[in-house]
Design a protein around this ligand. Structure first.
Ligand SMILES: [Cu+2]
Length: 157
């Protein structure tokens, strides 16, 4: 092998390292860009994380932060209450910390058919055009606690 080839090898090695090293940043940047593009700036945004044993957790909760082994069977799981005002554009960023979950808020015509895939954010939005208390739930059978995987949206006048 002559030195020219070695330089070429080094060049490609550097290119590959740059591409591989930059990829996660690129993807995360694109995700944020793609997500923010469609969200109106005045929207009320909430993040919920689905967990098969603990229900809907407020915020984006990575799997390693969800400690569930201590939880006794039959213990009530978390049911978040989200308050908005009538007329608000509401955006839910939905993630999963474990298995595929679903989301449905039928009073506002929100019904996911593809589920919430772990590691991927799913966005749903609606206009809170009526006052009242509405229940959202997981619409993908995700485990024993599935029936309890609910939360409430309270729309105030
Ligand atoms: Cu679920």
């Amino acid at each position: 092998m002559n030195s020219g080839n070695k330089k070429l090898d080094l060049f490609f090695l550097i290119v590959i390292a740059l591409v591989l090293g930059g990829l996660p940043f690129g993807i995360s940047f694109y995700d944020r860009y793609a997500a923010s593009k469609n969200i109106p700036p005045d929207a009320k945004q909430f993040t919920l994380t689905g967990h098969a044993e603990r229900g809907w957790l407020i915020g984006e909760v990575p799997a390693y932060k969800v400690v569930s082994f201590w939880k006794q069977k039959g213990e009530p799981i978390e049911k978040p209450v989200i308050e908005v005002s009538k007329g608000d554009v509401v955006v839910f960023k939905l993630t999963s910390s474990d298995v595929v979950h679903g989301f449905s808020l039928k009073d506002f015509g929100v019904y996911l058919t593809d589920g919430i895939q772990p590691g991927k954010a799913t966005y749903v939005s609606f206009i809170a055009d009526k006052v009242g208390t509405f229940t959202f739930s997981c619409n993908a059978i995700c485990g024993e606690m599935h029936q309890n995987m609910q939360g409430t949206v309270v729309v105030k006048a």
